[in-house]
Design a protein around this ligand. Structure first.
Ligand code: AMP
Length: 696
């Protein structure tokens, strides 16, 4: 006899659920009797150990450890080498799934051969396909995949049968954040909108503590743990433990024993909440984005569900209560609810088989009693990314992202675009289509899903029309097909690797020849830390600076950091060590007036004579002390070939920014809440050679 389960394949922890003999979903304990299995693998044993045992080895600083690989699902460039063998994120996930399957079989006393696996709603196509493949490699038939928040809504809907609610599901896990707005009725769960960030989770909270501790340790002992992987691991482990402690009490003590040095630090919850405020604020922005997409306001919500281990932090509960004006729903186990939803989904899929005439939700299997689950029996889900193609803009001046299936429409969803092809008397019988996933009009700001090549196009005319259809299936997986309009023939199609160099997508369609290696860049970030920046403006500027670094290609870029108030300080010389820069950014404090002149002069002195492309990217929130002399200093830098980008916020004046910057496009005013996006954009433009700013 064989059975199905629901699996929450988490970044940090995984959970399996089944339907018990009474038909109710419940979590299946692993071989240690625990409901949760850490998604961690240790390669020092044969076969590799998975779960708590592996996590213990990681704690001891052993480096034959794979953890936190879920965000890398679908990334062909990610690979770890253990015992002479390379493992991608899919293979690593398959090892975790195989262990979950074996443990579930031991607990259930029967073979487990099918599963519904959950994914973050924010997972794009490649990540979904990789999840399905991981299941297959682990010997599971993947009946379907379901978005984690939707699974949570399903489990909640079951607990509250007969509900008619509009709920917000706020899911903050170890590595991802998803927020979903769903309507739950007795019959159906309808996801109205979803948004999220696949790079925002408990790990970012740990990182903030870790950089603070590392800095204090470095200042006191001269040994910087950031420079040494084993020490860094130790600091990260201690930081996560400190974070857990701060969920329970208002302060904690962290002891670091690194080499011969031992130091102990006090950390209060208040400090911790202060330094991680920008992370909380980012979840607010994404939550508001989801509400806006759903066409709803806070007051339209009847409940808020918290999901994911990181929602145990008191600041999350408080923040969500403040935002929504209501207490989050109690009685939902944040760790288990997703797996429970997954097995309910599996039961629905079994019940939905057309040849199966029994009512929905009945348990398949001859010896078990049949029970009907109450709760919704249909799901209407959405995808958080739009799906489109790279097209040439109507005026022929640029490549653009042509959205074909908009995000947040019910899936399955489908759209078609028509393209005209010159057949050249039969010499041209193929057409290439680049698929995008994302919202931005600029293709390079989207994920390029693949290069789809249609062949066998018949030369029935000098030009023929090809209809390309894109769709999301029920699992959110992308399907593509093409048809020649006049013949009605479906075209053969294959997928080719996306070329490494896509920079031509940022240039005008003509003359899009591929160029050689990009020029090396040295860039100084100049951040205003005058007293008017104190509090949230500085926190946002720090977040923006970190986002900027995220987008820099450090293989050929060095970045330095200068802060300016009446004190001008070189916080970091130009370096390709992003962690060091982030530590410097986190250190910034606001006080005093604004001496921009000396800040530019200091950057200039570090940039002169360098045989590299040189930039100053400065952020200010008002006029500096001597506005004219700052412009003179900027002019001198520009004469030496330094490109200046001037970003203003708060009280800054766009006309003044224009006087500082090298070009009109290089002067930007960003309102509150827009800085992260603005800095991200500038980093991308610089990485592409500064063309959109006409800086080169
Ligand atoms: P998940 O991916 O849902 O299992 O969530 C894992 C994340 O939750 C990790 O970043 C954990 O550090 C975090 N987490 C678990 N328990 C707590 C807690 N008591 N306080 C704060 N964070 C926690």
């Amino acid at each position: 006899m064989s059975a199905f389960v629901g699996i929450d394949l988490g970044t940090t922890n995984s959970v399996v659920a089944r339907r018990n003999e009474y038909g109710r979903p419940e979590v299946v304990p692993n071989r240690d009797g625990a409901p949760i299995t850490p998604s961690v693998i240790y390669f020092g044993t044969d076969p590799p150990s998975v779960g708590q045992e592996a996590k213990e080895y990681a704690r001891l600083g052993d480096d034959q450890i794979a953890s936190f690989f879920k965000p890398q699902m679908g990334n062909p460039l990610f690979s770890l080498r253990f015992g002479g063998k390379d493992y991608g994120a899919t293979e690593l996930s398959a090892l975790v799934l195989a262990r979950l399957k074996a443990d579930a079989e031991a607990a259930m006393g029967e073979e487990v051969d099918r599963a519904v696996i959950t994914v973050p709603a924010y997972f794009a196509d490649a990540q979904r396909k990789a999840t399905i493949e991981a299941g297959r490699l682990a010997g599971l038939e993947v009946m379907g995949i379901i978005n984690e928040p939707t699974a949570a809504a399903l489990a909640y809907g079951l607990q509250n049968a007969g509900a008619d609610e509009t709920v917000l599901i706020y899911d903050l896990g170890g590595g991802t954040f998803d927020v979903t707005v769903a309507r739950i009725t007795a019959e159906e769960i309808t996801v109205r909108a979803t948004a999220g960030d696949h790079d925002l989770g408990g790990k970012n909270w740990d990182d903030r503590i870790a950089t603070l501790l590392a800095e204090r340790f470095a200042a006191e002992t001269g040994f910087d743990p950031l420079d040494e992987p084993v020490a860094l691991n130790e600091v990260l482990v201690r930081s996560e433990q400190a974070k857990w402690q701060l969920s329970e009490r208002s302060s904690t003590r962290v002891t670091l024993q690194l080499g011969t040095e031992r130091r102990s630090y006090e950390l209060t919850r208040e400090e911790f909440e202060g330094m991680t405020f920008p992370l909380m604020d980012r979840t607010r922005k994404l939550t508001e984005e989801a509400l806006e997409e759903a066409g709803l306001r806070w007051k339209d919500l009847t409940g808020v569900l918290l999901v994911g281990g990181s929602t145990r932090m008191p600041m999350v509960r408080r923040f969500v209560t403040e935002m929504s004006g209501q207490q989050p729903r109690a009685g939902v186990n944040v760790d288990e609810v997703v797996a429970l939803g997954a097995v309910i989904r599996a039961a629905m899929l079994v019940g939905e088989q057309p040849e199966d005439a029994r009512p929905r939700f009945t348990l398949a299997g001859a010896t078990s009693p049949r029970f009907t689950l109450p709760g919704p029996s249909r799901i209407s889900d959405v995808m958080s990314h739009s799906l489109g193609t790279v097209a040439v803009s109507p005026d022929g001046s640029a490549y653009v992202n042509d959205v074909v299936v908009r995000r947040n429409v019910a899936i399955p969803a489908r759209g078609t675009r028509s393209y005209r092809l010159a057949t050249h008397g039969g010499r041209n019988d193929r057409m290439e289509v680049y698929l995008t996933q994302g919202e931005s009009a600029a293709p390079l700001d989207c994920t390029i899903l693949g290069k789809y090549v249609f062949t066998g196009i018949e030369a029935t005319d000098a030009e023929v029309d090809v209809d390309v259809s894109l769709s999301y299936d029920q699992d959110g997986v992308v399907q593509v097909s093409g048809m020649q309009r006049d013949t009605g023939h479906r075209l053969a199609m294959h997928v080719e690797p996306v070329p490494d160099d896509l920079s031509w997508l940022g240039r005008p369609p003509e003359g899009g020849a591929v160029e050689g290696e990009p020029a090396p860049i040295t860039l100084f970030l100049l951040i205003d830390v005058s007293s008017s920046m104190a509090g949230e403006p500085l926190a946002e500027a720090q977040e923006a600076a970190r986002a900027f670094l995220d987008r820099c290609d450090f293989t050929h870029t060095e970045v330095g950091l200068i802060s300016f108030s009446d004190q001008v300080e070189l916080q970091s010389d130009a370096t390709d060590n992003a962690r060091r820069l982030i530590a410097a950014i986190n250190r910034l404090d606001a006080d005093g007036t604004t001496n921009l002149t000396d800040a530019i002069a200091l950057a200039r002195s570090h940039l002169t004579e360098l045989d590299r492309t040189r930039y100053i990217v400065l952020l200010t929130d008002g006029y500096p002390d001597s506005a004219d002399s700052a412009v003179e200093e900027a002019d001198a830098a520009k004469r030496e070939g330094v490109e200046i980008v001037a970003i203003g916020t708060g009280e800054a004046d766009l006309d003044y920014l224009r006087r500082l910057s090298s070009t009109e496009e290089g002067s930007i005013f960003a309102r509150r809440g827009e800085l992260v996006q603005t800095f991200g954009h500038i980093a991308r433009v610089i990485a592409e050679g500064g063309r959109a700013l006409r800086l080169t």
